[in-house]
Design a binder for this molecule. Structure first.
Ligand code: AMP
Ligand code: ZN
Length: 472
């Protein structure tokens, strides 16, 4: 079977054929760094990670570019409101640069904890303003822009395919059915490429430009940076489905207007993570962060497992009850693995698998090739674990192989009981044995507590004291 993705642009399942044989150029819209990512946002990044890992697992090499939005994203996607980071700075009294740095670090800390690969290139908008200005100039030379009230706008009426991916109605666009308060716009869906007239005084982040001192719109950054690093045409662009009608629609319009060529071949969008009140969103407040799950006693990988249990194009309802189910499934997967390891088993070489195991591997491939069907891939994992006919070495080989995509850190699980004692710990154990012989149980217990604070359990056996990591 061939690798297939649901392409939002054509609304069909399509075979994936990259522009350049086995190399894939891939852009994903990154975070706006004015706050922590919520677990809905993190669903988007786990999905993109599974996509990238799948491509690499299937033998492609991937250049993965992600932007960091540290300027230009207004509180309303359609050019209304205030820059999110500037607003945060005004409210908290911290500098915009400190806010952006702090939340960028927090973002990568979260993605590391979820075992999400870092992008090949992560690019901050504020470091690419020249590229954005150059792109706006190009659009201006081609007649796609107009200036009104000091801002530079993209004229959507000049771009024939405007709104094709989102199936926006042309009549509705022209008639201005949407209420719009920006009177400078000629058409309701026109959007700002460059702001010079900020509605807010003391807009701190400003750059010189041919149109005056100001700052870029949000959409232009993704076009400028993706084309800088991946070229004017590339393979895959991702984001959450909320980006289809405005952000990605505008990215397509300005990129294709500038180059006169198709920009992106495959558009993949993840569905929402829902909570009882609807879509999880930052603006509603009360959102959950990864840290809040950790504070409730969950491992970040429990959340990763929870997400893998749903197809990326279906809505997924979050609840602690559901997360608990994912945790117990993940822990029993780990337990099975520990069982095999403690029996002294080691993985077979992947080239030495029996036909049955090869078939399981094939079906895991097929699950992923069918538009990244991770729930089915997890089901394949459990079928393998329950198959009594498979040799333990084969099961281990398959699990480690599958984990290249699942990212559950299965190969990091250590053989139980194989804890390596330091010299200091060995001396302490000897001291404890002596203390026990002398019936000095206070000292023996103190030493036991020392180990337990390090997550180690002491077990006294006829052959001596065994040290195990807790939980084994
Ligand atoms: P933002 O930082 O707001 O630009 O969003 C980062 C990513 O998260 C984007 O790809 C959004 O489309 C996506 N996103 C936002 N809310 C949700 C949600 N509730 N569920 C899934 N993805 C989301
Ligand atoms: Zn974007």
């Amino acid at each position: 079977m061939a690798l297939q993705f649901f392409n939002s642009y054509t609304r069909t399942l399509e075979e994936f054929t990259p522009r350049n044989d086995k190399t894939v150029s891939f852009y994903a819209c990154g975070p706006t760094v004015y706050n922590y990512a919520h677990i809905g946002n993190l669903r988007a990044y786990v999905f993109e990670d599974v996509l990238r890992r799948t491509l690499e697992y299937l033998g492609y090499s991937v250049t993965h570019v992600m932007n960091i939005t540290d300027v230009g994203h207004l509180t309303d996607n359609a050019d209304e409101g205030e820059d999110k980071i500037v607003k945060r700075s005004r409210e908290s009294g911290e500098s915009v640069w400190d806010i952006a740095r702090f939340y960028t670090d927090a973002f990568f800390q979260d993605t590391d904890r979820l075992n999400i690969y870092r992008p090949s290139i992560a690019c901050a908008a504020t470091e690419h303003v020249d590229d954005m200005i150059a792109l706006i100039k190009r659009l201006e030379e081609k007649g796609y822009t107009y200036t009104a009230g000091g801002n530079v706008y993209f004229d959507t009426s000049k771009f024939a395919d405007y709104g094709k991916m989102a199936l926006l109605d042309r009549q509705e666009q022209q008639a201005g059915a949407r209420v719009d308060v920006d009177r400078n716009k000629r058409h309701p869906r026109d959007f700002v490429l460059w702001f010079t007239q900020s509605k807010f005084e003391n807009h701190i982040m400003l750059w010189d430009s041919p149109w005056g001192r100001g700052y870029p719109g949000w959409h232009i950054e993704c076009s400028a940076m993706s084309m800088k690093y991946l070229g004017e045409q590339f393979d895959i662009h991702c984001g959450g489905i909320d980006h289809i009608p405005v952000h990605h629609t505008n990215e397509i319009a300005q990129s294709e207007a500038a180059t006169g060529k198709q920009w992106v071949r495959y558009w993949l969008h993840n569905e929402f993570l829902l909570v009882d009140s609807g879509k999880m969103s930052k603006s509603k407040g009360g959102f959950l962060t990864l840290q809040s799950l950790i504070d409730e006693g969950y491992d970040p990988l429990d959340y990763r497992y929870f997400l893998l249990g749903a197809h990326y194009r279906t809505q997924l309802r979050f609840s602690f009850e559901n997360l608990k189910g994912a945790r117990s499934a993940r822990l029993s997967l780990e337990d099975k693995l520990k069982e095999l390891l403690s029996a002294g088993e080691s993985p077979l070489d992947i080239t030495e698998l029996t036909e049955k195991s090869r078939n399981y591997r094939e079906s895991f491939h097929r699950d992923l090739e069918a538009d990244l069907n991770t729930p089915r891939a997890l089901a394949t994992v459990w079928t393998v674990l329950k198959d009594k006919e498979l040799a333990a070495g084969e099961v281990l080989a398959l699990l480690y192989d599958f984990d290249h995509v699942l990212g559950l850190r299965l190969s990091e699980i250590e053989t139980p009981g194989k804890y390596q004692l330091s010299e200091e710990e060995k001396t302490l154990l000897e001291e404890r044995n002596a203390a026990r012989k002398e019936k000095n149980f206070t000292r023996a217990d103190e030493i036991r507590d020392y180990f337990s604070r390090k997550g180690l359990v002491l077990k006294d056996t006829p052959d001596g004291t065994v040290v195990n990591p807790a939980g084994v």
